[in-house]
Design a protein around this ligand. Structure first.
Ligand code: HEC
Length: 151
């Protein structure tokens, strides 16, 4: 059990090599750079909050990284502005703009999940934190499945 828990952050930390865009030099639009940079940093932040969830004692120290996730989540609608729809070097699928209501629902769910994560950390409520962390991971995955190209 303990070994399985310890393996999780390692997996998350390994993710940038496999998930991150191959070329971080420059994309064609500053908003695309901003969202790719933020998404990449979220992988490291998720590893940090996951470690807090697996540790013992207070999880209040996770409030700071969780607050960053919550703020970034709130910025997603602006980072996927319509003007970026035809940018080069993006894995954002046209469905983001064709199905605007569906994408808005995904960003809203992600914002709610990360806000719950931050609130649980501030309240030092481990049970609520663990539930909000699972909800947050599901929100990452659900959005990628529908709105991000494979490569
Ligand atoms: C509301 C939708 C949505 C949510 C929620 C979301 N992502 Fe993404 N993510 C995307 C889209 C779309 C892209 C592709 C962006 C692009 O290429 O312009 C992306 C790209 C990425 C990338 C690749 C960045 C790069 O440089 O190519 C990583 C890593 C990533 N997301 C991690 C995460 C993690 C971790 C979470 C949750 C903590 C998350 N994402 C939540 C939609 C989402």
């Amino acid at each position: 059990m303990r070994a399985a828990l310890l393996a999780l952050p390692a997996l998350l930390l390994a993710a940038p090599a496999t998930l991150a865009h191959e070329n971080h030099m420059h994309s064609s639009h500053p908003l695309v750079d901003a969202r790719m940079g933020g998404m990449t940093m979220m992988v490291a932040t998720m590893a940090q909050v996951s470690r807090a969830a697996e540790g013992e004692g207070s999880i209040a120290r996770a409030a700071f990284p969780a607050s960053g996730l919550a703020l970034f989540a709130r910025s997603l609608p602006a980072l996927f502005a319509a003007e970026t729809a035809d940018a080069a070097e993006t894995r954002a699928l046209p469905a983001i703009w064709a199905d605007a209501a569906g994408f808005a629902a995904q960003t809203a769910e992600f914002a709610a999940a990360t806000a719950a994560l931050e609130a649980a950390a501030r309240a030092d409520d481990r049970e609520a934190f663990t539930a909000a962390l699972a909800r947050t991971k599901n929100a990452c995955q659900a959005c990628h499945t529908t709105y991000r190209a494979e490569s």
